[in-house]
Every structure is written in C-alpha cells, then in structure tokens.
Ligand binder design. Sequence first.
Ligand code: GLC
Length: 444
Amino acid sequence: MVVTKRLILMVCAALMCGVFVAACGDDDGGGGGGGGGGGSSSSSESGATEGAKTIDPAAMDSAKGEVTYCQGKDTSGNAHYMIDEFNKKFGPDLKAKLVEFPASADEQRNQFIQRQQAKSGDCDVFSADVIWTAEFASQKWLYDLSPYMEDKKEDFIEAPIETVTYDGKIWGSPESSDAGLLYYRTDKVEEVPATWQEVYKEAASKGGIVYQGAPYEGLTCDFLELFFAAGGTVLSEDGTKATISEGDAFVKTVSFMADGIKSGAAPKAVTTYMEPESLAAFQTGKYAFMRNWPYAYALNQKAKRVKGKFEAAPQPEFEGGGKAGILGGHNSVVSVYSKNPGAALKIVDFIGSPEIQKAYAAQFSLSPVRAEVYDDPEVQKALPFATELRQAITQAKARPVSPVYPQISQAIYKNVNAALAGQQSPEDAAKKAQSAIEKALSTF
Ligand code: GLC
C-alpha cells in the first residue's frame, strides 16, 4: 500500500479527534468542500482515497429493484425487523434482502473483504464496524457518501460521524452506536461497585463475571476499556509509534484480568467467549456480572432466569486510574460494486431515519446515533439508562484509527488471550504486542 506522509498526518489527526472527542467540537472537516453539486471530487486532494466513486444522492429518488443488506448475525432481530419495514414501505418496486454473516466481528470483515476482492456486488450495503472505515476507504471499496451526508451529518451525534469520516470524506451513515456496559444481578449485588477491582472481588464470592475473552475484536474492546482506564495508550499522539508497552498499564491490566481467571472470579471459559457465549452464560442465572453491549439488555429481559433481576450500569473505574469506555457501533456503507447504488442509498437512508432509530432503541436496545432519540419517552421507558448511555457514547474513546487497525487489534487480542489462557506471562504479552504493532505500522 502506498501511503504518503500526508496520510500519516491525517490518520493522526483522526486518531486524536477520536480520542479527544469533546475537544474536536464543531469540526466541519467532514465533508470538506461542501455543497458543490453532487460530490465533485476536488475538495481534499490527498492520496489515500483519491479517485473514489462518489454517490449521487438523487439516485435514491427513483430507486427500484433489489438491494442486499449484509451484516453480522442478527442476534437481536433488528435487521429482520428493518428489512420487513422497508419492504412494507417501499415494495413491491423496491425490495430488500438480508444476508447474515457470523457473529464474530473479524469474520464479518473477512466475509466482506472476500466479496470486495472478487469485485462482487453481493452486498450492496454492509453494516461495517466503526473500526473499518480507514481500511475499506483506502482500499476503494466504498462509495464516498459525502454529498448525501453533507446536509444530514448534523442530525447525528458527532462521535459516530467521526468514525465514518476518513481522509476528509464521509464513507457511510451511522447506524447504531455502542458502549460497553456492566450488567449486574440486582438479587446478588447490592450496589454497583465503583471500581473494576471491587467488581472482581464481589464476583469471586457471588457467582462470577463473564465477558468477551476469545481471541478476536471483542477482546480488544474489553481489554482496552480496562487498559485505557489504567492510563495506557496504544499509539503515540502522532500515530507513528507503538506505545502499548510503555509504563506499567499493559502488564497491570493483563495481570488483573489473568488473576481474575486464576482466582475463579471469571470462569476459564471466558477465553473462548464472544458476545453470544457470554450472554448465554449470564442468562443461565449463575453469574453476578457481565460486560456486554447494550443489545444484551432487551435479550436479557426475555431470558427466564435473569428477567427482572438485572440492571445495566456504565463501567466503573480502574483503581488508581480513571474511567474509560470504547466507542463501538456500525455504519451503513455502500459497496462500489453495487449494481443498484440508488436502492442501496435508500436503505442506508431508512436505517438512519428517526423511525428506525427509535425502533432499534425501544425494541432492540441498540444505541441510537441521533441524540434526540435518547429523550423519546418510549426509549426512556425501554432503556432506563438511556441518558447515561448517550453520555457514555459521547465520551467514549475511539480505537486507534489506521488502515492497519486490524493488525494492531490482532496484536492486542492474540497476546492478551494467550496470557489469559496462561500460555504466556503478562510481561511477554506486552513485549510481543509492542513488536507486532511496530511491525504493522512499518507496513504502511
Ligand atoms: C460490537 C461493537 C463493535 C465491536 C464489536 C466487537 O459489535 O459495536 O464496534 O468491534 O462489538 O466484538
């Protein structure tokens, strides 16, 4: 991949914006040159995404035919709901179909990449994890949606918009946001503990804690939440150096997590858990705590053994450090190989609409990407922690923004997982993660 110095600077700017969301206030950098009639390509002349196809927003007005929407396993049922509503509203001239990929974020990425490498139009629209924008856009796999987003972006919370902005252009439309929550059993735990250390202490005597510890993206999230709270950083501020093993935050965090497994506060099986397995474990009724995303809230309410006996709270502090959350979520992106970009944009538009955003929150407990939805009385009723959730999303830290993010994440989750499974010491994990990230950075 040919990458110019300018790109590096841009990655760094994006990284800093992502990390210091609040400080990036009123940035209008998203669409660069603005209005100029349907996306004339000139606004930001940089190397990384130059020549990308740009969407024509007008194509949506006369959209007809079929459109396929691809996403990870629809564990919540929201995608089926959305597709049905779309077909009711726009059919029979327009018809949407759902293709489900596996539950693992890494697998979803692989599935999409395979299709894009084959230049296949299988997925007109893909529900892309917030961390993939830089990579997908620099591979020229996505339509630049800036002309469409230009007058829409104000409708969305800024943090999700940042995740879909890269190289001065907007590559999709926010679909759902995400922040890790601490679920706890109200019949086992009197009060939400103030620190992770207390969570683990209580967990040890009250049934345990489950989380996502398998070697995949989910573990990177779970680890970074603690690691950032403990004061660690993954890259230097300019994005050019790996800093993950600097100071003692890495060893401290991994030791804390590994001790949790050794002491029995977390079951050894967490080293194989992704979101669905940790949710299933919590729903057996045995565990006192679970770290998971908001989608688990609605599903827990339907689960016999925990229904009415749990709550969800923002994450606690790391003792001696602070609080930190990771910004998750998904953006609807349009494949450049779509044979029906007009219909693709139509479904993207539908997913971001107030009506779908409200249904996603009220029925499926997904975090809305529009601020006002959190204040809707139905949403407040369905999600008693809606106000805290909006705050968590607004303040969450972005994962490092980089075209080589997947390699950076792999360096983290593989080494952390091996340490949790007792296959290497936290010190060795720190050294190996550091050198694997250095290697990833040197390839671009
Ligand atoms: C959730 C988040 C996503 C994250 C993934 C990890 O789907 O929304 O951002 O990467 O979990 O498993």
